[in-house]
Structure formats: structure tokens, C-alpha cells
Design a binder for this molecule. Structure first.
Ligand code: IFM
Length: 448
């Protein structure tokens, strides 16, 4: 039987983000975020749902931390709402907003749970959006100012910091597809935002080096891309998609270069970077956070948008409630790829999990066997990558709680803990109990 135990000190965590769980978005002097504005615009989110209450974590954070402790969770990845702390995006600090995050990290410390704080998980202050948002070249400077406020306030208690969560999603969903705030569809703007996000990431890292004493990294969502056939057209389409999804942010941030496919894939929308800009965005970082959910099989699609590729469904595969292919081997593949391409930088799996149509049994029991299987197979895949020498230091399940899944509202449930959104009752699912065993045995409970 294979040994599935993980290295000593492996960090076992759970992840959430501010707008998805906190609720009370305007409480205690907070300013609105683009997600508050977007979700309150008709027909943007499933059934016009919004994050006004969500999991009410802003008021129930102590109970949620107690629950994590009960489940044996050792680390908690959360994000900070920029507009709670800086209601106008820049300038005046809202002491009450900042105080929420101070209390949160104090409570984590009291429960022996290590915090990992993400500075940006998609909820840009609306006040910044009103000044052009991420398309404004000053956004990098504004982000660094906000980062500095947070570092000064929390670095003594937060050992791990993430600058941006999934910049690819910010660009693709926010500026290409328009399904996320701020809801635009403009490839040229997407190109500008992609560059400004990388500059913002680097500016925050620089601010961190000036004052921070711990570790800071970047979180990206990575997707193995396989060609649908052996044809040159499909192979090139897969390659363009790989550049678009996987290398667009990591190559500049870690290698100080652009993937060679960028001009081809963005076409007329593309504008070249200067050598100075490339040098500026490649600030050394302490780790890369990888969010892993699915694989894509790509075919050439000359009539499609700039990357000119389309996804081909795999009839033999299992798909989740998000319609994402379950493909655990891809996690081993992507971890090994990052380690070999970017020089075995320390890695964390900062998100991994599955949305399912959970069925609650009459006595309130939620036996989410498929989620247990999903976690089991993905954790084994992670363990396999470690066995080949990948420096993987931790795993954060997405998500601790069922929550607000962006344009899908509350219709997609990713939690290992069920949330009844009427009563706010939390009920650990079978997957939460399974995770408790995995953590207690440092992976031994994964079985052969
Ligand atoms: O819910 C999101 C999260 O905010 C970012 N990563 C993917 C998750 C599932 O879609």
C-alpha cells in the first residue's frame, strides 16, 4: 500500500474570500465594491442574488473559527475587502473596517490557526472603478498604498500574504466575457488590465519588502490544456490557450518575459511591453499559490475570440455542477510543470474543491461522497507530485463554507460545511469529517 503521508509541517487549510462569505458589505463605514454594485444591477447574478448577507461571517467569524478548530483545520486563507479598509479606495483609512481584520487574525491566533491573507479577491472599491479601475495605470500605485496599510496593521500576525487571486479570471471574466464585475467585453481593455494587474502585484511585493517580515506570493488558477487531436491546428490552439491561461501572469512575474504567443493570441488588441516594464513586474516572490479545479481539452476555433480555441467535452469523464471536468492527474501534471518551468519555487495549493448538487438527507446529514472522492484523488495527486521533488507546502480546500459563487449566486455549493442560507446554520458534510481524518493522520487516511 502506498504511503500517502505528507512532509512534516505540511499546512492543512481551508479557503474563503471576503465578498463570498462576509455579508454586511457597507457596515461600519465600508465603501461599496464593484461586486456590490454589480450584484445589485439587474440580471447580472443568478436570481439577482447578492452578497449583502452571504454567510454572515462578518458577524459570525468567531463561530466559524471555532468550527475550523473543531474540524482540526490548521490554516485559514481569507481575503481582505479593500473598500472596508479604504472606503474611497485611497487616502482615508476606516478604522472600524481595519479592526474587523485585526479581530479576525487575533481570533485565529487564539485558536492556533495560521492566517494566509489575500489582498485582492476581485472586490475592487467602486471608488477606484469610478477612476477607471484596473485600466487606470495608477491602479498599481493605489494597490500598493492599500497593501502598505494592511502590512503595517497585520504583518506581525499574518505569516503568509497573497497579492492577487487569479488575475486571469479578473481579466477574462471581468473584461472579456463580462460575467464578472465590472462586466466589460473589450479585448483591448483586457490587455491593459492584464499589464496593470501585474504591475499592481509587483508594487505590492515591493511595499512588502520595505516593511513586511514574512512571506508574500501570487495566486493563479492553472489548467492543464491538452490538444483535442494530433492535428497541428489543435496543438497550436492548445498552445495558445496554455499561454493565455497558464503563462500570461507567471512568465512575466517569475521569468521577466512574455510568452511568445501573446501577440498572436491577442491579435490587434495586443501592445508590447518595454524591457523596463518586464523588469518592474518580476519582483522575487516567496511562493506561488495554485488554484486547481479542472482540465481543458482544446480544439482550434478560427471563428472564436482572440485565442481561437474551444473546449471539447470528454464523454468518458465526470463533470461537476460547474460543468468542469474532474481530472486529478492534472494536479500532479501542473505542479510538476510549475516546478520545472519556474525553478522549484515553494508552492501552496491555495484552492481545490468541487461544486456538487448536495442532497440533504431527512435528518440533515449530508453524505457528499463525490466530494470525499474528489478530495481524496486530488490529495493523492498532490502527494505524488511531492514524491517527484515538488516543494509543495500546503493545501487549502475550497471552500470552508458554501458561499456566494459570483454570477452563479448561491446555486453552486463548494463548501465542506453546509450553510443553510435561511437560518445561517452550519452543518459539516461528510467531506469535512474526512478532511479532519486526513489532517489528523497527515495524509495517512487517504488510503492506498
Ligand atoms: O469561488 C471561486 C473563488 O472565488 C476563486 N476560485 C474559484 C472558486 C470556484 O469557482
Amino acid at each position: 500500500m502506498a504511503d500517502h503521508t505528507f512532509p512534516d509541517g505540511f499546512l492543512w487549510g481551508a479557503a474563503t474570500s471576503a465578498y463570498q462569505i462576509e455579508g454586511s458589505p457597507l457596515a461600519d463605514g465600508a465603501g461599496p465594491s464593484i461586486w456590490h454594485r454589480f450584484a445589485h444591477t439587474a440580471a447580472k447574478v443568478f436570481e439577482n442574488q447578492h452578497g449583502d448577507v452571504a454567510c454572515d461571517h462578518y458577524r459570525r467569524y468567531r463561530d466559524d473559527i471555532a468550527l475550523m478548530r473543531e474540524l482540526g483545520i490548521r490554516a485559514y486563507r481569507f481575503s481582505i475587502s479593500w473598500s472596508r479598509v479604504l472606503p474611497d479606495g485611497t487616502g482615508r483609512v476606516n478604522a472600524a473596517g481595519l479592526d474587523f481584520y485585526k479581530r479576525l487574525v487575533d481570533e485565529l491566533a487564539a485558536n492556533d490557526i495560521r492566517p494566509m491573507a489575500t489582498l485582492y479577491h476581485w472586490d475592487l472599491p467602486q471608488a477606484i472603478e469610478d477612476r477607471g479601475g484596473w485600466a487606470n495605470p495608477d491602479s498599481a500605485k493605489w494597490f500598493a498604498e492599500y497593501a502598505d496599510v494592511m502590512i503595517r496593521a497585520l504583518d506581525d500576525r499574518v505569516p503568509l500574504w497573497c497579492t492577487l487571486n487569479e488575475p486571469w479570471v479578473v481579466v477574462h471574466e471581468g473584461y472579456v466575457m463580462g460575467g464578472h464585475a465590472p462586466g466589460r467585453r473589450d479585448w483591448r481593455e483586457a490587455v491593459a488590465v492584464s499589464k496593470n494587474l501585474l504591475k499592481a502585484h509587483a508594487a505590492a511585493v515591493e511595499a512588502y519588502r520595505a516593511r513586511g517580515k514574512n512571506k508574500i506570493g501570487l495566486v493563479v488558477n492553472l489548467v492543464p490544456i491538452h490538444a483535442a487531436s494530433e492535428s497541428d491546428e489543435d496543438k497550436q490552439a492548445a498552445n495558445r490557450w496554455d499561454a493565455y491561461f497558464n503563462r500570461q501572469f507567471l512568465d512575466p512575474a517569475l521569468l521577466g518575459k512574455q510568452p511568445s504567443e501573446m501577440a498572436d493570441l491577442y491579435g490587434e488588441a495586443w501592445s508590447d511591453w518595454t524591457a523596463e516594464e518586464l523588469a518592474q513586474v518580476s519582483q522575487p516572490i516567496d511562493f506561488v499559490g495554485i488554484n486547481y479545479y479542472l482540465r481543458l481539452v482544446a480544439a482550434d476555433d478560427p471563428s472564436g475570440g482572440p485565442p481561437r480555441a474551444k473546449a471539447v467535452r470528454q464523454p468518458q469523464s465526470e463533470y461537476t455542477a460547474m460543468d468542469w471536468e474532474v481530472y486529478p492527474a492534472g494536479l500532479t501534471e501542473i505542479l510538476k510543470w510549475v516546478a520545472s518551468r519556474y525553478g522549484n519555487v515553494p508552492l501552496y495549493i491555495t484552492e481545490n474543491g468541487v461544486a456538487l448538487d448536495d442532497v440533504v438527507a431527512p435528518k440533515g446529514v449530508l453524505d457528499d461522497t463525490r466530494r470525499v472522492q474528489y478530495m481524496n484523488s486530488h490529495l493523492k495527486a498532490a502527494r505524488e507530485a511531492i514524491g517527484t521533488g515538488v516543494d509543495l507546502r500546503g493545501y487549502f480546500v475550497w471552500s470552508l463554507l458554501d458561499n456566494f459563487e459570483w454570477q452563479s449566486g448561491f446555486s453552486k455549493r463548494f463548501g465542506i460545511v453546509r450553510v443553510d442560507f435561511e437560518t445561517q446554520q452550519r452543518v459539516p458534510k461528510a467531506s469535512a469529517r474526512f478532511y479532519t481524518d486526513v489532517i489528523r493522520t497527515n495524509g495517512g487516511a487517504l488510503g492506498g
